[in-house]
Each structure stands twice: as C-alpha cells, then as structure tokens.
Design a protein. Structure first.
Length: 376
C-alpha cells in the first residue's frame, strides 16, 4: 500500500513538472524581441509643418537708354552732336580732281548742275576736324534745297545773282568762303597752282575755322536737336534680301549729257570704292580710296532753268520717287520721300517699311529720269 502511494505521488509530481515546463515555453521565449524599431522611433526628428516664404518680385532693372548716334551715319557717339551741319560745294569736273576731304563727309550728293558737269555737295557733322575740303565751287539751286532741308550752313565760292538771290530768299545759311590769301577758314592751294591747276580748281575750305567764321557772320552754329533727319540704320541694312551687287554703275543722263559714276564693293572694308571718268577716286591729301558704306540713287525729274545768262539743271527734290539702295554687296529698289522744303530725305522698301542704311557714310546720286542704274 505504501509502495503504490509512493508511485502515485511520483507520477503526480512528474505531471506537475511537465505542465509547468509547457507554460514557461509559451510565456518566456528564448529569443528576445528586437529593439531597433523602438530605437528609431525614439531618435527620429520631430516633424514640423513646412514654412512657406512669401513670394518676392524679381528685382526691377533700370530702363536702358537708347544709344546716342549720329543722325546722318548711325554711328554711336559718346555725346550728342552740338554743332550745326555744314555743307561744302565740291568741284567735280575732271581737271579739278582729285577731291580732298570728301571721304570725311557723312553724306555726299552728286547731281547735274550745268551742261555736262555734275557737282557735289558734302555734308559734315564734324567739319571742325577736317583741315582741307574741296576744291570748292559756286552755289547752285539744289544746294539751297538740300541746305534748307538739313538745316545746314553751306560754304561755297560765290554764284550768279539769280542763284544767290534764291538762296537768300530761302533763308538758307550760306557763306562765300572765296579768298585770294590764306584765312582761318579757307585758302588757295599753292601746290596745286604751281603744278598747273587753274585758279578755280584750287580753293579749299579749312574746316577748323568754319564755326568761328559762321559765328562772326551772324549764323547759328548749334544743331537743332529737335529735327528729324529721316534716316534709319541697322547692321545688316535693308538690302539683306536684295540682289548681288558687287559693282554698281550710275549713268546720269539729261538732254544728251551723260556722266558715269561706278562703285565697286570691297568686302574687306564693307564699303563701295568710288570711280569716275575712268579713274579710281583717291583722296588728294591721304591717297586713300574714296569709299561709301551706302550707295543710293534717287530718280526724279530735272528741268532747265535759264537765269543770269546761264542754263541750270534743277532737280525736283520734293514729293517721292523711285530709287535704289546698295549696301554690303546687295541692292534693293526703294522709294525716296521728301515732304517739303524743310524736310530731309527718307527711304522705304517695297512693302513700305523703312529702308535701313548700313552704319556709315552715304553717297546719294540725284538722277534725272533718263538715267540708268545697273549692277552685277
């Protein structure tokens, strides 16, 4: 009996131990849970709402002032021009060549004046920088027209009574600079005289003294800053889509009189070299070729005017008409405009937009309607 009791007690004890062991396995696993998530949560930066900066306007730039330019050439200047434009009448018959100082002109007009002869009118915005210009000849009707339009002082060596009376009545500022001896504003070139040039082919303007002479003669010498000079400019000019024109030929033709001026494009300089009478025009002072950035031909009617025992060719320079502009080796047809006696010339393309000139000096040929303009 005791033995059975002992076995029973041992069995009960063993069962208790097994039950307890099973409980321990479920309640206490041998592998501890990871603390990584807990650590990350504990060390993470606290989240905050993003702050939004109020929008700011971009900084405003000061408006750019347009460049100061020469109204006759489009060239950029450091300061506005102050002095009035000055024109010089240029002798252009073959025995009077070569020209001197014409290369320094901003605009150079050529036109018939009498019989077979063409004559030039050179307009300067900086004549006080040019010591010799010419040779100089007498006044003509169309010089008065152009002088009034450009508000210029015209320097000449006299003229007939009818021409000078017309100039006086027009109100143009004009000065007779004809002198026998040297003055502060003109002189006779003794070197020319000694080499056989006629007296009338030896008179020259000294531009360094012109404004002082004008002031002493009672003329205004300051430029009219409000005047519209009519020209527009661009680097490519209005000829970009034009025909090739490495050579441009203008044959002036009026009532049986003809005269040819030829212009050859020099790619290195971007200008047209001037030739006439079968001669290349070189400056008589520097020896350099006379050249122009723009070559312009304007076509208009020309009538003969008899006065003071002479017959003058007078071009109609008001209204509008056909013409051509050559620049950068290209040529295009244009229309010229001049609204009235106080206006300058302006130019438009076939579509009516301004015909931009290339930046630089210009030749303007005033061509009678019978003239021919050719190019190749």
């Amino acid at each position: 009996m005791k033995r059975k009791t002992l076995f029973a007690l041992l069995a009960a004890l063993l069962a208790t131990v097994l039950v307890f062991a099973g409980c321990v396995d479920e309640a206490a696993p041998t592998t501890l849970p990871s603390t990584e998530a807990t650590t990350e949560a504990a060390t993470a930066e606290p989240t905050t709402e993003p702050t939004t900066e109020p929008p700011t306007d971009p900084p405003t730039e000061a408006p750019t002032e347009p460049p100061i330019t020469n109204p006759l050439t489009g060239e950029t200047l450091d300061a506005p021009l102050e002095n009035r434009i000055v024109g010089v009448t240029i002798n252009n018959v073959k025995p009077a060549l070569p020209h001197v100082g014409v290369q320094e002109a901003d605009l150079y007009f050529e036109m018939f004046v009498n019989d077979y002869a063409t004559r030039g009118l050179a307009l300067f915005t900086d004549i006080d920088q040019v010591e010799q210009i010419g040779s100089v000849r007498s006044m003509r009707y169309n010089f008065t027209d152009i002088g009034v339009g450009y508000d210029a002082i015209i320097c000449h060596s006299g003229g007939s009574d009818s021409v000078l009376s017309d100039a006086k009545n027009s109100g143009v500022a004009q000065m007779n600079i004809d002198t026998s001896s040297r003055s502060s504003y003109s002189f006779r070139d003794s070197g020319r005289r000694n080499s056989g040039y006629s007296w009338e082919h030896c008179l020259f303007v000294d531009g360094t003294g012109i404004y002082a002479k004008a002031q002493s003669s009672g003329f205004r010498t300051s430029m009219n800053q409000e005047k519209d000079y009519g020209l527009t400019f661009s680097a490519e000019s209005g000829t970009a889509n034009g025909e090739n024109a490495d050579t441009v030929s203008i044959t002036f033709n009026h009532k049986g009189y003809t005269k040819n001026s030829t212009f050859s494009y020099d790619e290195a300089s971007g200008k047209y070299l001037f030739s006439q009478y079968g001669l290349k025009m070189n400056d008589g002072g520097t020896g350099e070729g006379v050249s122009f950035k723009n070559v312009i031909a304007i076509v208009t009617s020309v009538t003969n005017k008899s006065a003071s025992g002479n017959t003058y060719h007078v071009a109609d320079l008001e209204g509008s008409g056909s013409g051509y502009l050559a620049c950068n080796g290209k040529i295009v047809p244009i229309t010229w405009h001049r609204a009235g006696p106080n206006a300058t010339f302006s130019f438009t393309l076939a579509d009516g937009t301004p015909a931009d000139l290339g930046v630089g000096n210009s030749y303007i040929g005033i061509c009678p309607t019978a003239s021919t303009i050719g190019w190749e």
